[in-house]
Design a protein around this ligand. Structure first.
Ligand code: NAI
Length: 334
């Protein structure tokens, strides 16, 4: 019998947690033959909501679920976890400055980094979902030196899936026949959804769509702004699609990407495609044996280079702001 995989979800009492926990319990992350133990973490004020989620998971009578534990302490929650899905964070409220929100979030990721490093399984795989996702992941990586760099990622798979969905609708082709789009850079509105290397039923996306004005314009802005469009429509930010993307991200990372297919993941840059090393930047990756590798050598045209640099510049600015916030905090504490 297989050993259960321990999956921690932080911010589990929130919207994404409510969609994600049952998807993991039904096998969307590791398949229908892999037992799971869930570690659900949230803050003290969310304790009752968290307990409600635990009760509903028990009531789901999921065959794969071998245990559900709730925590308000990150060190206890991190104990022996194999996968950590970091959804917990502080949302931006009306009238708040970007810097204040950044400061609150990167402080959370700094303190959770050490708890994870000290308590999680040695080869824990981490995916940061909470925004600013790339920068939270960078802060986590810098403050958890004992966790291998390549084990710390952020979620851009939702953006990737959104791009697949747009091409599928536009070409009236099932989404499974659309492949190898790329999300470059930040999980924000500066991201660059790139179709230049992708295909629809094996033919280049550009030739099948046959409308470069749309591909270079509305397609890109639709994918970049999709999160805001969902908020406008639902009054709440995307949750089920985010949860689905988390399962896709971890599943492909652990079980491998299908032959001839790549996916987008935010990973610690090694300088590939001229991006500053150390930034958490979304790249096309292929996975096998539980490891990802950036797809190398794709020809990049000038317009794409420009867009890739724009989103990189935003990540540099976010990193500098995050480091400044942390320095001010530690200064204030002394
Ligand atoms: P939510 O507000 O419903 O849930 C967040 C939860 O985090 C809350 O229950 C809150 O109590 C908890 N939390 C706050 N501080 C915490 C801490 N220190 N430790 C543990 N838990 C903590 O938000 P929702 O809709 O679930 O979204 C979560 C995050 O994911 C947001 O930052 C959102 O912007 C981001 N997001 C990212 C996406 C991506 O593609 N990367 C897509 C959609 C959302």
């Amino acid at each position: 019998k297989r050993k259960a995989i321990r999956v921690m979800i932080t911010g589990a009492a929130g919207q994404i947690g409510y969609a994600l926990a049952p998807q993991v319990a039904t096998g969307a992350m590791f398949g229908s033959d892999q037992p799971i133990i869930l570690h659900l973490l949230d803050v003290e004020p969310a304790k009752n909501a968290l307990e409600g989620l635990r009760m509903e998971l028990v009531d789901g009578a999921y065959p794969l679920l071998q245990g559900v534990f709730t925590f308000t302490d990150v060190a206890a929650a991190s104990k022996d976890v194999d996968v950590a899905v970091m959804v917990g964070g502080y949302p931006r409220k009306a009238g708040e400055e970007r810097k204040d929100v950044m400061s609150k979030n990167v402080s959370i990721y700094k303190s959770q980094a050490s708890a994870l490093a000290e308590n999680a399984s040695k080869d824990v795989k981490v995916v940061v979902v909470a925004n600013p996702a790339n920068t939270n992941a960078l802060i986590l990586a810098e403050n958890a030196p004992s966790i291998p760099r390549e084990n710390i990622t952020c979620l851009t798979r939702l953006d990737h899936n959104r791009a697949l969905g747009q091409i599928s609708e536009r070409t009236t082709t099932h989404v499974s026949a659309v492949k190898n789009v790329i999300i470059w850079g930040n999980h924000s509105s500066t991201q660059y959804p790139d179709v230049n290397h992708g295909s629809v039923v094996g033919k280049p996306i550009r030739s099948v769509v046959s409308d470069d004005a749309w591909l270079n314009g509305e397609f890109i802005t639709t994918v970049q702004q999709r999160g805001a469009a969902i908020i406008k429509a639902r009054g709440l930010s995307s949750a089920l699609s985010a949860a689905n993307a988390v399962c896709n991200h971890v599943r492909d990372w652990v079980r491998g990407t299908p032959a001839g297919t790549w996916v987008s993941m935010g990973v610690v840059s090694d300088g590939s495609y001229g991006v500053q090393p150390g930034l958490v930047y979304s790249y096309p990756v292929v996975c096998s044996g539980g490891k990802w590798r950036v797809v190398q050598g794709l020809p990049i045209d000038d317009a794409s280079k420009e867009r890739m640099r724009t989103t990189e510049a935003e990540l540099v600015e976010e990193r500098d702001l995050a480091l400044q916030c942390l320095a001010e905090k530690s200064g204030a504490a002394q």
